[in-house]
Design a protein around this ligand. Sequence first.
Ligand code: GLA
Length: 396
Amino acid sequence: MWRTFFIFTQIIVMEYQSIQESFLNIFNTNPEVIIQSPGRINLLGEHTDYNDGMVLPAAIDKSIVVALGKSDNQSNWVSYNYNETYTTDIQTFEKNSHHWTSYIKGVVNELLSLGKKIPNFNMVFGGDIPLGAGLSSSAALETGIIAGLNELFYLQLSKLDIIQIAKKAENNFVGVNCGIMDMFANVKSMKDHVLLLDCKTLEFSYFKFDNSKYSIILCNSGVSHQLVDSQYNLRRKSCMDGVAILNSQKPTINSLRDATMEDLLNYKNLFDPITFNRCLYVIEESIRMNLALESLQNNDYQSFGKIMYQTHLGLKNDYEVSCEELDFLVEKAMSFPNTMGSRMMGGGFGGCSINLIEAGYEAAFMQFIDTAYFSNYGKKMEIYPVKITNGLERIA
Ligand code: GLA
């Protein structure tokens, strides 16, 4: 336990120091603000955030560190991981997207449209959230930059403002019609707890996660979810189409959150099969969430884990956002005796599976799944045992 904690602390310090040193080397001065913004997992409630449903995410000990300082005449933004610098002027920057800069431009654009004064600034950012792995590196970058600019230029933004601005940047500038879960988890998470968020009212509470008995291990399928943007937006559209059908019959239904299974079955004949299946998944996931919360309250991780498997089947068969590698990982995990639950996590089409493993069996599980993946796909897989941490913090 202490060893793990020690390693974890060291990694964070290393990350923080390399970004700070890099800023100093490039700009000949220390950064004025440094923010650490974590990635996130989600235990349950997948593709429910944009349906006004409930989600159960948590921040993890993989993060992006953002170091910022004021600049007089131009903005220089440096991606530590890509080893690339982008120079622009805030007053005139072009809106065309240039991979990682679109996240920065997106948040700056939203801040400007809110009437905030954003002068030029220098920035170095980098971290250890694997890209394209479904751990919300983009949301971590967006919230990290907004929180940093908030401190640097005294923008008087609340935590909720930071969350909502980041979401708008992703929706309006990056073009992914995502929900609010990722940003909320980045900002509001609490160490050793999962966050229960009601995406309709934005009310939230915390559940203690019993990490003395269970560990969370992520297996990266290695499939980088490139399809995610267009397919993700299509899933969201199917849900909206379903809501329009249900609303035409029952005007009190304004999101899938408001619909019951009975409603869906009553009007099944009005649906095409694909739209029906998408809505079926979302409504079933809401039902599963209620059961899962009961299990968590009773510390019954065995029942919770079984619900995770059911979620995977729904995501695979009805929502159709899984892929062969993720299905393989979940099936294999299921056959390991000390796995409580396993499923694909996040937007889908690749990225990670999340596995709930009985404490004491982590190394055996990693060895088992690693060997299975290697013998099937002939390549090594990245595996991340993760700990639940606090949401974003100013660290300097
Ligand atoms: C992505 C999105 C989130 C959420 C998940 C699926 O991570 O950014 O808003 O919809 O997919 O649950």
